[in-house]
Design a binder for this molecule. Structure first.
Ligand code: FES
Ligand code: FES
Length: 170
C-alpha cells in the first residue's frame, strides 16, 4: 500500500491505496462517489470520465497514484452545494439528453470542461466542434442528437465547474 493525497470536489483526502488501483475504483469504492460510472473498464465508453486538473480523463485507465496531489472533479462536484443542478446539468435535462442516464455523468464532465475551454468564444462554437469534443462517449439511448442539443443549450450559460477545479488545483 502507498499513501495517496487527492483533492476531490474541493476536499482533501489522504488514503492508503494499492499502487495498482485505478482512480475509478478509489473514487467509487473508497470515497463513495458513485456518480462516476464503470462500464467498459478499458477506455472505450467515457462513462467513467472525471476532470483531472480540469481535463476530461478516463478514470478507469488512470492509476490512482498518477493523480497524487492533483485536483479531481466528479459529477458530485458539479451541482451547487445546496443541490441545485449546474447549467450544464439543466441543459441535459431540458434537451431530453438523459434517458437511462448511465452515460450522463461522464458527458456532463466533458461538456463542463469544453465550455470552460471555449468560454471566450461560445457564440462561434460549431456543431462539429461539439461532436468532436464528445466523441469519446458512447450512449446507447439518445442517438447523440439530443446530447449535441444539450451542449448547444448550455453554450449560452455560465459555466464554472472546470474553472473552479483549476482554481482549486493552483
Ligand atoms: S469505463 Fe472507463 S472508458 Fe468505459
Ligand atoms: S442515456 Fe442511456 S446510455 Fe446514454
Amino acid at each position: 500500500m502507498v499513501k495517496l493525497k487527492l483533492h476531490v470536489n474541493g476536499r482533501d483526502y489522504e488514503l492508503d491505496v494499492d499502487p495498482r488501483e485505478s482512480l475509478l475504483t478509489v473514487l467509487r469504492d473508497r470515497l463513495g462517489l458513485i456518480g462516476v460510472k464503470k462500464s467498459c473498464g478499458v477506455g472505450e465508453c467515457g462513462a467513467c470520465t472525471v476532470l483531472l486538473n480540469g481535463v476530461p480523463t478516463d478514470s478507469c485507465l488512470t492509476l490512482a497514484v498518477w493523480a497524487e496531489g492533483q485536483c479531481v472533479r466528479t459529477v458530485e462536484g458539479v451541482a451547487r452545494p445546496e443541490g441545485e443542478l449546474s447549467p450544464v446539468q439543466r441543459a441535459y435535462v431540458e434537451a431530453g439528453a438523459v434517458q437511462c442516464g448511465f452515460c450522463t455523468p461522464g458527458l456532463v464532465m466533458t461538456t463542463t470542461a469544453f465550455l470552460e475551454q471555449n468560454k471566450d468564444r461560445l457564440a462561434s462554437v460549431t456543431r462539429e466542434e461539439i461532436k468532436r469534443a464528445h466523441a469519446g462517449h458512447l450512449c446507447r439511448c439518445t442517438g447523440y442528437e439530443m446530447i449535441t442539443e444539450a451542449v448547444e443549450l448550455a453554450l449560452g450559460r455560465e459555466v464554472k465547474g472546470a474553472a473552479e477545479c483549476l482554481e482549486i488545483s493552483k
